[in-house]
Write a protein that binds this ligand. Structure first.
Ligand SMILES: NC(=O)c1ccc[n+]([C@@H]2O[C@H](COP(=O)([O-])OP(=O)(O)OC[C@H]3O[C@@H](n4cnc5c(N)ncnc54)[C@H](OP(=O)(O)O)[C@@H]3O)[C@@H](O)[C@H]2O)c1
Length: 214
């Protein structure tokens, strides 16, 4: 199985780091192009290569690690997904300009964190995400933990729990194998609508919960 990562920010680089630690190959891409990733691939070694977004998107399993508000620009011009597996690592939040009125909005419970929740009209974020990747098999994963712990899958004498959710059993199995290969303890939360909602930030009951399986 080939792996692609779209987005080389906090999430994308830390997943790449976790893969590199196990020698798992992946192609990582961003908006600025492969040359901008030279320092990262030099740091991570030969298993991680820099590519274009189209190259990363051609993999068997593609992690989308861009901000929610960039989903359209990152995904709208890509070729058909044809049933390939897309991991939704996103959360439906908007990052606020600290000088904007939104950042000081007293009705926003997340203003202190510099973010606000995006209104999805009652749908789970992966349901909405799926509309950006038609015909892909979407599995939600990598979205619920602080990125700083992703490259430490073994911790406190146990394995870090990674939640995942999806509607296609084979796709979930493939993502489960990937999570196991990195060293996490994968926990299946069920469907995108139910399980995806549990783990999504900012309000999912399991979001930001950092369990260790001992
Ligand atoms: N940060 C966390 O702790 C965390 C944890 C779990 C999940 N998440 C979720 O993960 C997602 C990414 O968050 P982040 O913190 O990693 O964001 P980030 O640090 O801002 O990185 C975003 C990345 O997306 C790339 N990008 C933006 N538009 C693009 C486009 N049109 N084509 C290709 N690449 C594009 C950017 O490319 P350039 O570098 O070239 O600008 C950048 O590498 C968000 O949905 C977030 O909610 C974040």
């Amino acid at each position: 199985m080939t792996i692609g990562i779209i987005g080389s920010g906090a999430l994308g680089t830390n997943v790449a780091r976790a893969l590199a630690l196990k020698g798992i190959s992946a192609t990582i891409a961003n908006r600025r192009g492969p040359a901008s990733l030279a320092p990262l691939v030099a740091e991570l070694g030969s298993s991680i290569r820099a590519g274009t977004v189209a190259e990363a998107a051609a993999a068997d399993i593609v992690l989308v690690a861009v901000r929610w508000t960039d989903l359209g620009s990152a995904l709208s011009t890509l070729p058909a997904w044809n049933g390939r597996i897309v991991i939704d690592g996103t959360n439906p939040v908007e990052f606020l300009d600290p000088n904007s009125s939104d950042a000081k909005d007293p009705s926003n419970p997340l203003a202190a964190y510099g973010i606000k929740a995006i209104d999805l009209g009652g749908r789970s974020s992966s349901e909405v995400f799926s509309t950006f990747v038609p015909d892909a098999r979407v599995v939600k994963a990598f979205n619920h933990l602080d990125v700083s712990v992703l490259a430490q899958p073994e911790a406190s004498g146990g394995q870090r729990v990674q939640f995942y959710a999806g509607d296609d059993a084979q796709a979930k199995q493939a993502v489960r194998h990937l999570l196991e290969a990195i060293g996490y303890f994968p926990v299946d939360l069920g469907s995108l609508t139910l399980g995806g909602r549990l783990s999504e930030l900012p309000f999912g009951a399991l979001s930001a919960t950092n369990f260790i399986k001992i």
